[in-house]
Ligand binder design. Structure first.
Ligand code: UMA
Length: 457
């Protein structure tokens, strides 16, 4: 794709938009950025962009600005049905996402990982394994590093390990992973995609450009994921927590094993007891990472070493501290019901669960069984509180807390030694926090304050 002299508009000035604008400028495009936020809110970004000769439209999107372009690059958080985008698409203007832009310049091979839950852990672990194997590796995407920022350092022999979201995949056409992984598909982002099927089909775009020389790794235990195999032309590999698979990774006699092909020899990789991550869902993440890394050429020893050394990623079932005999876990990244269910299932019982935030058209009644069996009380916060309470009423005691500080205080008061206080909110954070990282950091600080107060008493 030739960018020199092209008029390109970048929509959204978050991490992705900023990186894309600077990349396009370096490649000689005439770049404009358009963002809904006010000039005051963008006070930090605007001067830096102007200095690079990039124009900025703030406080909203102007149709005229959109119409004047040769190409439009959209940030992942900007919906494709934004009226200005719909209008210019109707005029035939190319509109693509930041991932699609980057994919056209990235050298080497792409190992892309998507799924409703577990993406970040699996991506980080796969990156660690490839690096431990001495393979030239870069990690990026939804994990927090825009893919355009990986372009300069990529080479013909390097691997880019990318966490990709449905928001990023939705607008891809040429994005072509050598190895693609779908961890699971369960309801999420229904507010953006409109239906579960649309969301699932966005995820399936990860393999649409693959051919018979490429590889697709699927979760055999997740029905919506497994069914995608029928639509793939790539070589399909499987991972399963429950059963053996023809080719791929599974659990056998307390250890993770891998078989490269139907009639290949079974390779023992690592014992379950040597995996430091908590919960069955994390064993699934390790299975997927093992399978993908083995397919990318990592030797068994490097895989085992990296898995044993890998610790929980921040905000994903992250142990915070023990205060008065109660263990506190930060799972702020659990922004949907399935993720919260997995976190609850990782503990045998005695859980004080903090739920709530901004609703995404979710059904919290899906937690009913787990709540009844493992949870002592639910503490609700945020704008979704009333909906959650109405859907789970009668199952366990509910404490209406509104804010995270009140929830932590109430759970701390009720907790007994051996109990667990778990922030696994099943909602996004945007009603009360900047993002899930901010929510997780606030939670950890509240726990540290409790610990300090305990130290003083
Ligand atoms: N904006 C507009 N118009 C709109 C909507 C938003 O101008 O209609 C502007 C906002 O004012 C803001 C900017 O767009 O200034 C935000 O863009 P963005 O939401 O795309 O955020 P980025 O900072 O670019 O972060 C994105 C991903 N965010 C989303 O997908 C929502 C990050 O994933 C990703 O780490 C980053 O790119 C780097 O690739 C975050 C996420 O929440 C972690 N992802 C979702 C998830 O994991 O569930 C998909």
């Amino acid at each position: 794709m030739e960018l020199k002299g092209k008029k390109v508009l970048v929509v959204g000035l978050g991490k992705s938009g900023l990186a894309a604008a600077l990349f396009l400028r370096r490649r000689g495009a005439q770049v404009t950025v358009s963002d809904m936020r006010s000039a005051a809110a963008l006070a930090k970004e605007i001067p830096a962009l102007l200095e690079h000769g990039i124009s900025v439209e703030s406080g909203g999107h102007g149709l005229l600005t959109f119409r004047r372009q040769d190409l439009i690059i959209v940030s992942p958080g900007v919906p494709m049905d934004t009226p200005e985008l719909v209008q210019v698409k109707a005029f035939g203007l190319p509109v693509i996402g930041e991932l699609e832009l980057a994919a056209q310049f990235l050298k080497g091979s792409i190992l892309a990982i998507t799924g409703s839950n577990g993406k970040t852990t699996t991506t980080a672990l796969t990156g660690e394994i490839l690096a431990a194997a001495g393979i030239e590796t870069q990690v990026g995407g939804n994990i927090g590093v825009p893919v355009v920022d990986l372009i300069e350092k990529s080479s013909d022999t390097s691997w880019s390990v990318l966490e990709v979201s449905s928001f990023q995949l939705e607008s891809t056409h040429l994005f072509h992973p050598r190895i693609a992984v779908i961890l699971n598909i369960t309801p999420d982002h229904l507010d953006r995609h409109g239906s579960f099927e649309n969301y699932a089909l966005a995820k399936e775009r990860i393999f649409t450009v693959q051919t018979a020389v490429d590889m697709l790794v699927l979760n055999a235990d997740n029905p919506r994921t497994a069914e995608a195999a029928a639509r793939s032309t790539a070589q399909v590999y499987w991972f399963s927590l429950e059963n053996g698979v023809s080719q791929g990774a599974w659990v056998q006699d307390g250890q993770i094993v891998f078989r490269p092909s139907d009639n290949g020899a079974i390779e023992p990789i690592v014992a379950l007891k040597d995996i430091p991550l908590k919960g069955a869902h994390n064993v699934e993440n390790v299975l997927a990472a093992v399978c993908a890394a083995r397919l990318a050429g990592a030797p068994v020893e490097a895989i085992a070493k990296a898995v044993q050394a890998f610790r929980a990623v921040e905000h994903r079932l992250e142990f915070v501290a023990t205060v008065n005999g109660v263990d506190y876990y930060n799972d702020s990244k659990a922004t949907n019901v399935d993720a919260a269910a997995k976190a609850v299932a990782a503990f045998p019982g005695c859980i004080h669960l903090i739920l709530g935030g901004k609703d995404k058209n979710s059904n919290y009644a899906d937690l009913s069984d787990l709540l009844r069996k493992r949870v002592k009380a639910v503490y609700t916060i945020g704008s979704a509180a009333e909906k959650i309470e109405s859907q789970i009423r009668g199952l366990v005691p509910i404490v209406h807390c509104e804010t995270l500080d009140k929830a932590v205080a109430a759970a701390a008061k009720a907790g007994h030694p051996g109990d667990v206080v778990l922030l696994s909110p099943a909602c996004s954070s945007f009603d009360q926090f900047e993002n899930y990282e901010h929510r997780g950091r606030v939670f950890k600080q509240l726990v540290m304050d409790l610990r300090d107060a305990q130290g003083r008493s």
